[in-house]
Design a protein around this ligand. Structure first.
Ligand SMILES: NC(=O)c1ccc[n+]([C@@H]2O[C@H](COP(=O)([O-])OP(=O)(O)OC[C@H]3O[C@@H](n4cnc5c(N)ncnc54)[C@H](O)[C@@H]3O)[C@@H](O)[C@H]2O)c1
Length: 256
């Protein structure tokens, strides 16, 4: 039988590596796709046998097509995780047109290019797509272009679910809250308390761990989620449910 494969874009990052480790429990090979081949290779070496690094720029349709050709030779693609993402523009007032375009290209166009390139293989395997959005796609927490792109990604995921459901493809979004990763390096340097300050707003009193995201992805990729498609699952320690300090103020009750 052909090897069952999962591909994770942006997999050299902290969340990508955690997802890769989780998906290795129920796939034969995990493709660690990243624009930076050297860090993907280092991640594959760290994770061990069964992890295959691959150079892929999700913003380049030709790069996605080349990756798809390579993957078709490797086995049966069961799972696509669109995880590559980042933000440049921090506010509307400071953003430039080029910041806006690059945030949109990476966070919205990229997942579309990757899906387009791999759709036939996913149809053949009745595969699963998991798109990593963000709580920023559900409410306003700064980073406008990134957030608009992530909101678009949530809708794009529903489009896949509805149009490709007849082929057996399921598509879902995971929307993490704050996760301590290299993406936060500059902000943590500017404010060493940034994670503690963020945690105060979360119902669970903590931020999200990469393994929290990975477990949700593992579930959505598995047959346990066989009837779940088109949903957005926040993995956010309760952030999108509400903010305890605001509930305290609004109700004037210390119960919150
Ligand atoms: N860290 C958080 O707080 C947080 C919160 C919500 C959502 N997310 C989302 O989770 C995902 C992973 O975030 P992270 O914090 O692990 O990021 P990260 O910066 O640690 O890793 C991102 C990876 O994507 C790769 N990458 C960048 N551009 C690429 C491209 N064009 N093609 C392929 N790969 C590319 C980078 O090389 C890097 O390895 C992103 O989609 C992000 O938006 C993160």
């Amino acid at each position: 039988m052909a090897a069952s494969l999962a591909i994770i874009t942006g997999s050299a990052g902290d969340i990508g590596r955690a997802i890769a480790a989780r998906l290795a429990k129920d796939h034969d090979q995990i493709i660690l796709a990243d624009i930076d081949l050297s860090t993907a290779t280092a991640a594959a070496e760290q994770l061990g046998a069964g992890f295959v690094p691959m150079q892929l720029d999700v913003t380049d349709p030709a790069s996605c097509a080349a990756a798809a050709e390579h993957i078709a030779q490797m086995g049966t693609l069961r799972t696509l995780v669109n995880n590559a993402g980042a933000s440049v523009a921090v506010s509307m007032q400071s953003a430039t047109v080029s910041d806006w375009q690059s945030d949109r290209a990476l966070n919205l166009d990229g997942p579309y290019f990757v899906f387009q390139a791999l759709a036939d293989q996913l149809i053949a395997a009745k595969g699963a797509v998991i798109n990593i959005a963000s709580v920023n796609g559900m409410g306003v927490f700064g980073h406008p272009a990134y957030s608009a792109a992530k909101a678009g990604m949530i809708h794009f995921t529903k489009m896949i679910a509805v149009e490709y459901g007849k082929y057996g493809i399921r598509a879902n979004t995971v929307a993490p809250g704050t996760v301590r990763t290299q993406a936060w390096t500059d902000r943590a340097q500017a404010n060493p308390q940034v994670f503690e300050e963020a945690a105060e707003h979360y119902a669970l009193g903590r931020i999200v761990d990469p393994t929290d995201v990975a477990e949700a992805v593992g579930f959505l990729a598995s047959p346990l989620a066989g009837a779940i498609t088109g949903v957005c699952l926040p993995v956010d320690c309760g952030l999108t449910a509400g903010i305890p300090a605001l509930a305290r103020t609004f109700s004037q009750s210390q119960d919150y």
